[in-house]
Design a protein around this ligand. Sequence first.
Ligand code: ADP
Ligand code: ASP
Ligand code: MG
Length: 241
Amino acid sequence: MRIVQKYGGTSLGDEGKIRLAARRMTGLARQGAQVVAVVSAQGQLTDELIEKAARVNRRGAAREMDAYLAAGEQMSAALMAMAIGALGYPAVSLTGWQAGIRTDSVHGNGRILEIDTTRILAELEKGRIVVVAGFQGVSPDNDITTLGRGGSDTTAVALAAWLHADRCQIFTDVDGVYDRDPRIYPDATRFGRISYERMLSLIGSGAQVLHDRSVEIARDHGIRLEVLSAFSGEPGTIVGE
Ligand code: ADP
Ligand code: ASP
Ligand code: MG
């Protein structure tokens, strides 16, 4: 079985949470699964980097912003690979470029055009867990691009498509998709299942629980997404037909 798991920023907020995710991955790998993890920058790091850059230049070149912001995800990926290594399992971190993620040239909102999976497949073949830095790719000019805020979801779903993964799990800080933001509305109702179209319309009305392009890719490739809590161990919401 081949599985892609994505971990958002709050799910990686401290070392304990990183270790928890690493244990979940090694558990699956020890049962024989091929595991590809996609990680976001830790906690609120992307926001902090944006604020810091604005103090240096309020209108910094989009190309440099992408190079700067992509570093957050790269640090997460390397840290996660080290956490997996500490559990005695081989792992390798890859930047978007190393993972073969090719985008267009739109800095700050790049679109994935193609993924050359050669390197990832070679690493899986060696028996390693592969940890890919989310939210980034490389343009035709070999510049780093980012995929837009929340774009690590799209990295995960695109990888699931190009790698023909059997499962794609999106781990986050809530236990699924609700009809409204459960942090603002405590009486919100959770979906057991939701269609791609309903999910896209929720996103359209402001639910940033998933990146819109991730749902479009899932729909176009017939990928069933599982949106679930990184902490509870409970099944979450299935996004699919
Ligand atoms: P991650 O860092 O895991 O990518 P995000 O912050 O991007 O997490 O998305 C999860 C957040 O989305 C939740 O903490 C929740 O407050 C918010 N959210 C907004 N609308 C919804 C909704 N309809 N269902 C679930 N979560 C929602
Ligand atoms: N770190 C990026 C962001 O905050 C990407 C992501 O979290 O998906 O937007
Ligand atoms: Mg997100």
